[in-house]
Design a protein around this ligand. Sequence first.
Ligand code: PLP
Length: 411
Amino acid sequence: PTRSTPMREFKKSSKLDNVLYDVRGPVVDEASRMEAEGLRILKLNIGNPAPFGFRTPDEVVQDMRHQLPDCEGYSDSKGLFSARKAIMQYAQLKHIPNVDMDSIYTGNGVSELINLCMQALLDTGDEILIPSPDYPLWTACATLSGGTPVHYICDEEAEWYPDLKDIESKITPRTKAIVIINPNNPTGALYPREVLEGIVEIARKHQLMIFSDEIYDRLVMDDLEHVSIASLAPDLFCITFSGLSKSHMIAGYRIGWMVLSGNKRCARDLIMGINMLSNMRLCSNVPAQSIVQTALGGHQSVKSYVVPGGRIYDQREYVYKALNEIPGITAVKPKAAFYIFPKIDVKKFNITNDEQFALDLLHEKRVLIVPGKGFNWHKPDHFRVVYLPRMDVLQECMEDLSDFMAHYRQA
Ligand code: PLP
């Protein structure tokens, strides 16, 4: 450019204008800045088990080593035969109806497939029901695709189950689908059969398709059973998502999948769109696909973490009790995954902005949590704790939080 022509500025596309993904947002940026200054931050914000000492089963790593030399080329766009066969059998074990090899797609994590589905389904103005609180990728991808996310409430007073009345009241002629996250991030809720049946009933009445994000389905506590909603809806078109990031502590390998089930006749055109987008990305990471069969078959070592004496179970017990002992904080006991979503008494602490609350806690105690806003929760009265760090770190965090709340902004 000459001196007279102003520098051309590159702006992000307007498609991103309303896209929010605050799980890695401003509070995390501030924590990174503080870390760069040499401060030690206690991180209760990352749903990534490996850095906290959760080990990948040896057989999975061995299998990857063994298979790597044969994973150089692209695979079929939906995935390797061995991976899809294992996923199909897993879907059958969960009683998901009308699943064949063609119904299975592997992805670079569930994340890629959520984005792919939103792009395939939603036209500008199409509505999709998404829980609040949610795992915010769902809202972000729906928005990015031009669709309109419409949030239904999950009810803290009822174990954080979806509020069926609220769901029904938000359906319009433009509603195409409903998303459920079960087990749930950020609440740790696990939905019982009756609640799932209620959702299916509504979907049936209004001819909605169902997306069910079940990435935590193997991290269930208290001897409870995870039920796939697709198993209750053979007459509806459902897409069920899961993967190995959490159950096998290999979030970095990037492997997830989706299973199309039920009534596929009503979704022929959509499936063509999904196939096209799947082909356009060529295939998902092949080395990671190569270990799916080994990972899903045989002993599930994750089970040892979610029973009494196991780290996830014991850490849940501790964090749940410790949070509820802090005056002004209450929390529903999570039943699955490794998150808890406590409530703050905002009147007592005069809190109007949960991001500010998270920043204040970070600055004063160097404890990093994600404010409820990051999960499309529209009141400033919640935050999420990831209870993956070791017990000694959790204890330090809970003591710091308790101390912080004892004098935070009290009149
Ligand atoms: N869905 C939920 C509910 C999650 O919590 C996460 C990760 O935290 C994902 C999907 C993304 O998982 P993946 O690693 O398979 O992309």
